[in-house]
Design a protein around this ligand. Sequence first.
Ligand SMILES: Cc1ncc(COP(=O)(O)O)c(C=O)c1O
Length: 441
Amino acid sequence: MSADFGDNHPDFAAWWMPFTANRQFKADPRLLTEASGMYYRAADGQEVLDGTSGLWCVNAGHGRAEIAEAVARQLMTLDFAPSFQMGHPIGFEFAQALTQIAPAGLDRVFFTNSGSESVDTALKIAMAYHRARGEGQRVKLIGREKGYHGVGFGGLSVGGLVNNRRSFVTLPGVDHLPSTYDLARNAFSRGLPLHGAERADALEGLIALHGAETIAAVIVEPVAGSAGVLPPPVGYLARLREICDRHGILLIFDEVITGFGRVGAAFASQAFGVTPDIMTTAKGLTNGVIPMGAVFVRRAVHDAVVQGPEGAIEFFHGYTYSGHPVACAAGLAVLEIYAREDLFARVAAIAPLWEAALHGLRAAPHVIDIRNVGLMGAIELTPRDGAPGARGYEVLVGALKAGLLVRATGDTIALSPPLIISQAEIDKLTGILGGVLAGIA
Ligand SMILES: Cc1ncc(COP(=O)(O)O)c(C=O)c1O
């Protein structure tokens, strides 16, 4: 993968890279230089099949001309406008368009610039909601072990990945549900695992411990993504919903990964038939081409906060780039592609092929679990003795050499190709992976 840059070798020192082993990477950099459709091109000229939609975000595939044209047009029409006490038409147009595909009732939209910002915004909306209703003591938050909700202090605190947390202080008043991960009972489940709905009942225990009247919200990913693709056990999300309702606690779904078609409907909440009160999104919102996030809020939650004297700002929160006009232009063009190509329904149609192809790797060396839902998948490998994560990293490097981009989280290989993937490309993806798995120790 290392390219011969001749005299034009970039200096790798200055960019402190995110979530990267910087020194290892810079000793042997892996650079992507172009992208089109289902493929990247690497610096050495090799075509690389995109098995991860970049970073779970390029759902409609790369290099879509309609998005580029919409962005260019918007840049020359209105490149930026403030959204504090001012507005611009395309922001309202995009929010309105999003409500057309949103889960029923979630028809108020707050714009952010990333998944992390969406999460922190949602947590603050939950607290503001209770305060506005005279229950200002409801400030505690419940996340879940193995959850990933970005890297802001709010998201970090409700998140449950130890490496992300151990170096930092986290918010007080946060507790965690147990993860739904259960290899012993659920290994090689196809789609939603059958066992584990009862793990939602742990919420009753946390309520008994803290008092319902102190808890603002529960936040979970409908499918845990960064933890290695953990689809929810059958009945689990509905049970969480029921317990939250019984205790006046808001339920937040973090759909930063699952939103915009990934599991065969616009949002996972629709695919799984459970509607949250607040939903966080980003990534596929703009196909990843311009950073943007959006928080969808149930009308009643919005209305409880947006009240009081008409001249008073109701919610002291927002970002310079909330509803950035260029991001809105990109998002509108992306929504048009999703609709015109019926990409969310396409996922539902192609998911059985995806499932069959992935589970075809069951007998490959080191494989201890395969998980899938929609166009998400994970292959979990047994860790090498004394070197957890080494095998996963070797698969990442080996697959790239063979022309496939995957994501490794520890020893789990996570997959989330663009929603336009063909059957032949699915076969190619699993073929490359099978070969790489056969070749590593
Ligand atoms: C479920 C979930 N929430 C939040 C985030 C954070 O998003 P961002 O990296 O855009 O801040 C991610 C990123 O992968 C995510 O998967």
